[in-house]
Write a protein that binds this ligand. Structure first.
Ligand SMILES: Nc1cc(CSc2ncc[nH]2)c2nc(N)[nH]c(=O)c2c1
Ligand SMILES: [Zn+2]
Length: 376
C-alpha cells in the first residue's frame, strides 16, 4: 500500500463549534488548516508574483485543468517539468478537474456516461473531456492535490436530475481513481455533490467515502444559493466525511462564508473573489468593503485598512490607490489584489488563533460587527 501523497493531521477541535485546527502535509510543504487558497486559473494568480504570494503567506494555490489543457496544453507544462517548475512556485498546488469550468465556460454540447462533449470557449473547437482524460491532464500538470471529474448541477435543478447526476459523478470518481497514475505524489480528492438534498448528499458521500479518497471536496455549492442555504447544506454534509481527512469547500469565498464554513468543519477554501473584485477597485477591509474609486476617498490620505499590516497598507494611501484606478494604472489592480489576498490569508490566521483559543464564536461576532455584516 503506497503512502498517500497528502496527509491531514487533526490537531485540535474548537470547544463550541465543528471547527478544527490541523496541518496538511504535501510533497511541497506542510500547511496549517483551516486555509484559504488563492486562485491562479492559468498558472498565475492574476497580477501577483510567486515572490509576493510567499511574502503574504500563501501556501497552496489553485490552477485549472480546463484552461491549461486548452492553452498552453498539458504536454508543454509537462515538458517544463510540471506546473511547479513552469510557474516557478515551489509550495502547494491544487488543480480543479475541468468539469465545473466546462459547464460554466464552454458552450455545452452533451453530457454522456462517457464524458462531456463541448466547444472550446477560446476557438469553438469540438472537444471531449472524460474522467480518464481529466485525470491524465492533471497527472501531466503535476499538482499536489487533484480533483475528480464531476458534474456540478445547478443548485435548483430537479431532485431526479441531481440524483442521476450524483450517481454518474460517483461512477466518474471511481473511473478517475482507476486512471490516476501517481497516487504516491498527487492526492486525488472525491467531490461530494447532491445539491441541497440531505439524502443525495448522503448518497454521494457514502459512495465516495467507500472509495477511500485521501481528501474530500464539497462541490455543488456557491453556485447562486443563499449563504443560509449553503450553511444548511454544510450542517449535514461535513459530518458525513471522515474526521481524519481534509475537507475542501470549492469556490468559497467571502469573509463571512469562510468563517461560517470553518465553524461547520471545513478545512480548505478557494475563491476568485479577492482578485476578481480587486480588478475593479473593490477592497476588503476590517471595516467592510471599500470601493476605492468613490470620490469620498479622493483626499483620504489614510491607509486602505488601518488594521492591516500588509505592504500596501504600510506604504500607500486611499487617495493614491483611487488615483491609480481613475488613471487606469496597472499598479492599482496589483496593489488591490495584493491587499485582498493578504486580507483573506490573514483572516484565516485569525480564525486559526480563535480555534486555538476556543473563542471562534466571539471572533465571528466581533468580525461581523466590524465588517458590517450585522447591518445587512
Ligand atoms: N462552486 C464551485 C466551484 C468550483 C470551482 S473551484 C475552482 N477551480 C479553480 C478555481 N476555483 C467547483 N469545481 C468543481 N470541480 N466542482 C464543483 O462542484 C465546484 C463548485
Ligand atoms: Zn492591507
Amino acid at each position: 500500500m503506497t503512502e498517500p501523497a497528502v496527509k491531514y493531521h487533526l490537531k485540535k477541535k474548537e470547544k463550541h463549534t465543528g471547527a478544527r485546527l490541523g496541518t496538511l502535509e504535501t510533497p511541497h510543504g506542510t500547511f496549517p488548516t483551516p486555509m484559504f487558497m488563492p486562485v491562479g486559473t492559468q498558472a498565475t494568480v492574476k497580477a501577483i508574483s510567486p515572490r509576493e504570494l510567499k511574502e503574504m503567506g500563501a501556501g497552496i494555490i489553485l490552477s485549472n485543468t480546463y484552461h491549461l489543457w486548452l492553452r498552453p496544453g498539458e504536454e508543454l507544462v509537462a515538458e517544463a517539468g510540471g506546473l511547479h517548475h513552469f510557474m516557478n512556485w515551489d509550495q502547494g498546488i491544487l488543480t480543479d478537474s475541468g468539469g465545473f469550468q466546462v459547464f460554466s465556460l464552454a458552450q455545452m454540447r452533451d453530457i454522456t456516461e462517457k464524458g462531456v462533449h463541448f466547444k472550446s470557449h477560446l476557438d469553438g473547437r469540438n472537444l471531449f473531456l472524460s474522467p480518464e482524460k481529466a485525470i491524465a491532464v492533471e497527472n501531466a500538470l503535476g499538482a499536489d492535490i487533484i480533483m475528480s471529474f464531476d458534474e456540478c448541477p445547478p443548485f435548483f435543478e430537479s431532485y431526479d436530475y441531481i440524483k442521476k447526476s450524483v450517481e454518474r459523478t460517483s461512477r466518474w470518481a471511481e473511473r478517475g481513481l482507476k486512471a490516476h497514475k501517481h497516487p504516491d505524489r498527487q492526492a486525488l480528492f472525491g467531490i461530494v455533490q447532491g445539491g441541497g438534498h440531505k439524502d443525495l448528499r448522503e448518497l454521494s458521500a457514502k459512495a465516495l467515502v467507500s472509495l477511500d479518497f485521501p481528501g474530500y471536496s464539497i462541490g455543488g455549492l456557491s453556485v447562486g444559493e443563499s449563504k443560509a442555504e449553503m450553511n444548511h447544506v454544510l450542517d449535514f454534509t461535513t459530518p458525513l466525511l471522515p474526521e481524519n481527512k481534509p475537507r475542501y469547500l470549492m469556490g468559497v469565498g467571502s469573509p463571512d462564508a469562510l468563517i461560517d464554513g470553518v465553524i461547520r468543519g471545513v478545512d480548505m477554501f478557494d475563491c476568485v473573489l479577492p482578485t476578481r473584485i480587486a480588478r475593479n477597485g473593490t477592497c476588503m477591509t476590517s471595516h467592510g468593503r471599500v470601493v476605492i474609486k468613490n470620490a469620498v476617498y479622493a483626499h483620504d490620505f489614510n491607509p486602505l485598512d488601518d488594521n492591516c499590516d500588509c505592504y500596501v497598507c504600510q506604504n500607500y494611501t486611499r487617495a493614491y490607490l483611487r488615483h491609480l484606478f481613475k488613471a487606469q494604472e496597472t499598479l492599482g489592480l496589483r496593489l488591490a489584489s495584493y491587499h485582498n489576498l493578504y486580507f483573506l490569508l490573514h483572516l484565516m490566521k485569525q480564525i486559526r488563533q480563535a480555534i486555538a483559543d476556543d473563542n471562534l464564536l466571539d471572533f465571528r461576532e466581533q468580525f461581523f460587527e466590524e465588517y458590517g455584516y450585522n447591518k445587512q
